[in-house]
Ligand binder design. Structure first.
Ligand SMILES: [Zn+2]
Length: 112
């Protein structure tokens, strides 16, 4: 599945159909923060965008999430498989594998 930018029109188009309550929650957070640059789950400043590869607690139709560090770690403990889309906003949406590895090291260091 091609990467769909979280909180974009296309993303809402998909998520509205998959999980209406979730889409409405995200819309409300974006309205109150007056920014799309928020975590999809809690509204905090995000770490980056993540492609949802294998969903466990989140509807599998949801293509991607914008997550803060806490929500990312929580989702990973829940068993979700997420792939970081590094530099999505300054490199035209191309996945940045090196960026992801640096980020992954940072997360695992935090947990150990
Ligand atoms: Zn969050």
């Amino acid at each position: 599945m091609p990467f769909v930018e979280p909180h974009s029109l296309q993303w809402f188009f998909i998520v509205e159909r998959a999980d209406r309550a979730f889409a409405q929650t995200v819309r409300a957070m974006i309205a109150s923060e007056q920014s799309c640059e928020i975590c999809s789950l809690c509204g905090f400043p995000p770490l980056g965008d993540f492609h949802l590869v294998e969903a466990v607690t989140i509807r599998r139709e949801v293509p991607s999430l914008r997550l803060c560090e806490c929500c990312l770690v929580e989702r990973q403990f829940a068993g979700e498989t997420l792939v970081a889309v590094g530099g999505a906003r300054d490199q035209g949406g191309h996945p940045d594998h090196r960026g992801f590895l640096a980020f992954w090291k940072r997360i695992t260091r935090r947990l150990n």
